[in-house]
Structures are given as structure tokens and as C-alpha cells.
Design a protein. Structure first.
Length: 88
């Protein structure tokens, strides 16, 4: 089980690095908004893997809070970006 845990976290870490590169480099605002949304999903996934391995059901609250913050942040940023691109 430790090998699966390590491989899963390594893949999530690699995905987070690639997503961070898109967040920094992304040519448009929408690329950056999507990268921020993907980072929040990766964070939720990492916490879920940790909770599953260590058997900590109390992390469920943390998962819900991070997921809701990521969703609300992404929707807000997308609406703001759409308004800026539409008025320019």
C-alpha cells in the first residue's frame, strides 16, 4: 500500500508542477483560470488520498471546503475575465 500511496502522490505532484507552469505561463486569462481550477482539484485529490491511506474521515470537511472554494473562485475569476475581455 505504501508503494501505491507514493506513486499516487508523485503523479499528483508532477501534475501540480505542470499545472503551475501553465498558471504562470498561460497565454490567456482563461488558461490561468483553468489552471487554478485544476490545482484546486489536485489539492482535493491529494488530501483524499492521504485521508484514504491513513483512515482519517475528519478530512472530509477539509475536502468539501477546498472543493467549494476552488469552485467559487473559478466561477468568479471566469466571470471577471469574461467581463474584461468583453469590454475591451
Amino acid at each position: 500500500m505504501n508503494v501505491v500511496y507514493a506513486v499516487t502522490l508523485a503523479l499528483l505532484g508532477a501534475a501540480a508542477l505542470m499545472t503551475t507552469a501553465r498558471l504562470v505561463r498561460g497565454p490567456t486569462v482563461f488558461d490561468r483560470v483553468m489552471a487554478a481550477d485544476v490545482l484546486s482539484v489536485l489539492l482535493v485529490s491529494g488530501v483524499a488520498v492521504h485521508a484514504a491511506v491513513w483512515g482519517e474521515p475528519a478530512n472530509g470537511t477539509i475536502l468539501v471546503v477546498i472543493a467549494l472554494l476552488g469552485f467559487v473562485g473559478s466561477v468568479t475569476a471566469a466571470r471577471l475575465a469574461a467581463r474584461r475581455e468583453g469590454s475591451a
